[in-house]
Design a protein around this ligand. Structure first.
Ligand code: FES
Ligand SMILES: [Fe+2]
Length: 438
C-alpha cells in the first residue's frame, strides 16, 4: 500500500472523497508563480500592454486581450518553464498532505486549463485547442505521437457539434473511461478563482455505482438520471484533490470570466488501465526520480501490459433507463393545442417524453397547477434533458450542468435558449400548445 492508514490519500481512494487546500505556504508559492508565469506568457505571446491590463483586472479577463488561437502558445510558455517546479511541489504535497509513502508515480501529462467564456470561444477558429489539452515531456510526446491510437466510434468533434475546440466542455465521466489510470488522485489548482458557472462539477451520488460511458463521447451514457450538479467553487490558488472515479465534468463556461487552472494526477501504486478504453495515459514519472532531481526519466506503462484488476474493470454496467417516448401522431404548430392524453398519464414529478411528428418534448407536472413543457434536447449539444435534474422552475442539462429557466428558457449564455411550450388541461385532458409566448 502506497499510503499510510488514516491518511487523506486513504480516504480519497477508499471512500471516493475530495478535499480542498487554501493557498498557503509552499502551495501558495506555487500558485503565485504559475499566475506570474501566465502574465509573463501573455506579455510574450500578446503584448506588455495586455499583461498590464490583466494585472489590473485579473486573469479572469484574459479573453479580452488574447484570441483563443493563442492559448496553445501560452500553454507552451508556462508548462515549459514550470514543469519541474510543479512536479517537485506535487511530490512534497503528496508526502506531507496526502500521506503517500514509498515510491509513487506522477502522470507526465500536466494541463494548463484555460476555459474562455462560451460566447467568446464559440466564435474562435477550428485552429484552437480544447481547454483540457495538456503537455508532456518531449520524449514522451514523440513516443505518444508515433503510437497514437484511434477508435472508429469515438467522435468528440461530432459530439461537440463541430464547435471550435476552445469551446468544448467535458460531460460527466469517470477518468478511467477516458484512458486514465485506476486508483489515482487528481490535483486541480485554481490558478484564478472559479465561480459556479465555470467550475468543475461533481455528481457524488454515483460513487460505488457502475454507470456506463457512451463510446461516441466517452461521457455518461444517456439513461442515468443526475442530481443537481455540485459546483466546485474555488478561491484563487486553492487546490482541489479528488478521486477521479467520482462522476465529474465541466460546467460549460456560461459566465463572462475566463477560468484558469492547472491539473495533474498522482498514482500511489503502479498505474493500471481499463480494457474498455482504446487508449491510455501511459507515460509517468516516479517520485524517486523527481525527488532525486531527475525529471527526464519517463516510465512507460504500456496499456496492454498494465490492465487493471478485472474486479474493478466492470464488464457489466448498471442498466441505463431507456427514455421511452409516447408517440403523438400530430405536428406542433404555433398557437395550436394538441391533445396528448389524460392527466393520469403524467405522474407528479416525472418527466414524460412526447414524440410529435416534428418535435420531441418533455412534460413535467410538479404540482396540481404547475406544468412545464420544453424541448427534450439541449440547445447546446442536443443531449437529452430526460436525465437532467429539474423542478417547476429550472432544468439542469446533464451534458454540461447548465441551468435553464423554465419560465423563459434562458440560461446565462444568451445564445442558448431552451424551447418552451404551453400546457393546457381541460376536462382532464392535457394538451401541448406550440411555442410558448415567453
Ligand atoms: S449539452 Fe452542453 S449545456 Fe446541454
Ligand atoms: Fe476528468
Amino acid at each position: 500500500m502506497g499510503y499510510t492508514t488514516g491518511s487523506l490519500a486513504s480516504s480519497i481512494l477508499r471512500n471516493g472523497t475530495y478535499a480542498t487546500f487554501p493557498a498557503a505556504g509552499f502551495l501558495k508559492e506555487t500558485s503565485d508563480r504559475i499566475y506570474e508565469l501566465v502574465l509573463e506568457g501573455i506579455s510574450e505571446v500578446v503584448s506588455p500592454d495586455a499583461r498590464s491590463y490583466l494585472e489590473e483586472h485579473s486573469l479572469t479577463q484574459m479573453h479580452e486581450v488574447m484570441p483563443a488561437e493563442k492559448i496553445g502558445d501560452l500553454r507552451n510558455y508556462v508548462m515549459e518553464r514550470y514543469r519541474r517546479n510543479l512536479f517537485d511541489t506535487v511530490c512534497r504535497f503528496a508526502r506531507e498532505s496526502l500521506g503517500l509513502a514509498g515510491e509513487f508515480y506522477v502522470d507526465d501529462y500536466a494541463i494548463l486549463r484555460v476555459n474562455y467564456p462560451y460566447e467568446i470561444a464559440k466564435l474562435a477558429s477550428m485552429n484552437t485547442e480544447n481547454p483540457g489539452i495538456g503537455r508532456m515531456s518531449k520524449g514522451a510526446r514523440s513516443h505518444f505521437v508515433a503510437n497514437k491510437r484511434e477508435d472508429p466510434v469515438y467522435d468528440p468533434k461530432g459530439y461537440q457539434r463541430n464547435l471550435p475546440p476552445a469551446a468544448w466542455a467535458h460531460g460527466p465521466h469517470q477518468d478511467t473511461w477516458t484512458g486514465h489510470s485506476r486508483d489515482g488522485i487528481n490535483l486541480w489548482w485554481a490558478v484564478e478563482k472559479t465561480i459556479p458557472e465555470n467550475s468543475m462539477v461533481f455528481y457524488p451520488g454515483y460513487w460505488g455505482h457502475k454507470p456506463q460511458p457512451d463510446p461516441r463521447s466517452l461521457y455518461l451514457h444517456s439513461g442515468y438520471p443526475l442530481s443537481e450538479p455540485k459546483t466546485m467553487q474555488l478561491a484563487r490558488g486553492e487546490l482541489l484533490v479528488f478521486n477521479p472515479e467520482i462522476l465529474h465534468g465541466t460546467h460549460l463556461n456560461v459566465s463572462k470570466k475566463t477560468r484558469v487552472a492547472v491539473s495533474l494526477r498522482i498514482n500511489p501504486e503502479r498505474p493500471t488501465f481499463s480494457r474498455h478504453c482504446f487508449y491510455a495515459r501511459e507515460y509517468w514519472q516516479s517520485s524517486t526520480n523527481i525527488e532525486a532531481g531527475k525529471f527526464d526519466e519517463i516510465i512507460h506503462f504500456e496499456r496492454t501490459q498494465n490492465f487493471m484488476d478485472p474486479a474493478k474493470d466492470h464488464n457489466e454496467f448498471d442498466e441505463p433507463m431507456p427514455h421511452k417516448p409516447i408517440e403523438v401522431a400530430a405536428r406542433i404548430e404555433p398557437g395550436a393545442a394538441v391533445p396528448c392524453g389524460p392527466v393520469s398519464r403524467f405522474p407528479f414529478g416525472e418527466k414524460v417524453l412526447l414524440k410529435f411528428e416534428n418535435a420531441s418534448i418533455i412534460v413535467v407536472r410538479s404540482d396540481e397547477k404547475n406544468w412545464n413543457a420544453f424541448d427534450s434536447e439541449c440547445p447546446h449539444l442536443g443531449v437529452s434533458l430526460m436525465d437532467g435534474c429539474s423542478d417547476g422552475e429550472k432544468v439542469y442539462c446533464p451534458g454540461c450542468a447548465v441551468k435553464f429557466s423554465l419560465s423563459d428558457g434562458c440560461c446565462m449564455a444568451p445564445s442558448l435558449r431552451l424551447g418552451l411550450y404551453g400546457v393546457k388541461v381541460e376536462d382532464s385532458v392535457v394538451s401541448i400548445v406550440g411555442e410558448h409566448p415567453g
